[in-house]
Design a binder for this molecule. Structure first.
Ligand SMILES: NC(=O)c1ccc[n+]([C@@H]2O[C@H](COP(=O)([O-])OP(=O)(O)OC[C@H]3O[C@@H](n4cnc5c(N)ncnc54)[C@H](OP(=O)(O)O)[C@@H]3O)[C@@H](O)[C@H]2O)c1
Length: 249
């Protein structure tokens, strides 16, 4: 299929997990993809696996200058872009009475501020008729223990998206959100779940998901493909839960 033939796409957090799955699928759909991540070696490895249509940029998205570098890169290589996906995110689990200032600031700098200024910095280079997609989480609306700061950081971007859907409307740019439930990606190990505890963790989580299992990154990528391609040409301002029904349970 060529649903993204020659489209230029930026995916933040494109070197790992859900973002990498999006990059893989989008390349097979004909897109040119720029992935942005923090770890140089991981970005390089991802680009090698993705092939000729992929390029990488390493930087901390919590640092506003990284967004300037992304914008310069797009200007130099392609002039304009068609699709911007703000997907990078971090999550730590702590009861609110134990959340440190540093933990709070890190989550809001990466999950929230970087989304706002990433979109602001790239907006003038987005082609009319393009698409913006933000990766939130069902944790923004469903209460999970120890997730208050993370939930707040994600709820804010859903509010951004609703405003942006109207603000970008005059240029025909659609703005949507996907909200994953638990998905099997490296973010789970970053939460500090030891490898030995992983099977028990997954069984416990799967028991709370009506479809009976964690999601796969490629399932999120297919939902993203729908929301950034012409297949969703009459869809803007939505938040699509891709969660095996967990938000209902
Ligand atoms: N997996 C889930 O269960 C789940 C559920 C709900 C929502 N989500 C959301 O889905 C998105 C993708 O998560 P994932 O599961 O694919 O996790 P992941 O595999 O850990 O990927 C996260 C990506 O974000 C990048 N990133 C994080 N902080 C960054 C920073 N300051 N600057 C640049 N890049 C940064 C990481 O880059 P490096 O690897 O180089 O650090 C990595 O590429 C996140 O927004 C997450 O909150 C995930």
């Amino acid at each position: 299929m060529n649903r993204l033939a020659n489209k230029v796409v930026v995916i933040t957090g494109g070197n790992s997990g859900i973002g990498f799955a999006m990059a893989k699928l989008f390349v097979t759909e004909g897109a040119h993809v720029l992935i942005v991540g923090r770890r140089q070696a991981a970005v390089n490895a991802a680009v090698t696996e993705l092939g000729d249509r992929a390029m990488g940029l390493t930087g901390d998205l919590a640092d506003p200058s990284t967004h300037d570098r992304v914008a310069s890169w797009v200007a130099e290589r392609f002039g304009m872009l068609d699709i911007y996906i703000a997907n990078a995110g971090v999550n730590t689990i702590s009861r609110s009475d134990r959340v440190s200032l540093d933990e709070y600031e890190t989550q809001f700098a990466t999950n929230t501020r970087s989304v706002f200024f990433g979109v602001q910095k790239i907006a003038s280079q987005l082609r009319d008729g393009g698409a913006i997609l933000l990766t939130s989480s069902i944790a923004s609306s469903k209460v999970f223990e120890g997730h208050a700061a993370y939930a707040g950081s994600k709820a804010a971007i859903e509010a951004f998206a609703r405003s942006w859907a109207l603000e970008f409307n005059e240029r025909g740019i659609r703005v949507n959100v996907i909200s994953p439930g638990p998905v099997d990606t490296p973010i789970l190990s970053k939460l500090g779940i030891a490898a030995a505890d992983r099977p028990a963790f997954e069984t416990a989580v799967a028991g709370k998901i009506p479809l009976g299992r964690l999601g796969r990154a490629d399932e999120l990528a297919h939902a993203a493909l729908f929301l950034v391609s012409d297949e969703s040409s009459f869809v803007t301002g939505i938040n699509l839960n891709v969660d095996g029904g967990m938000s209902l349970a």
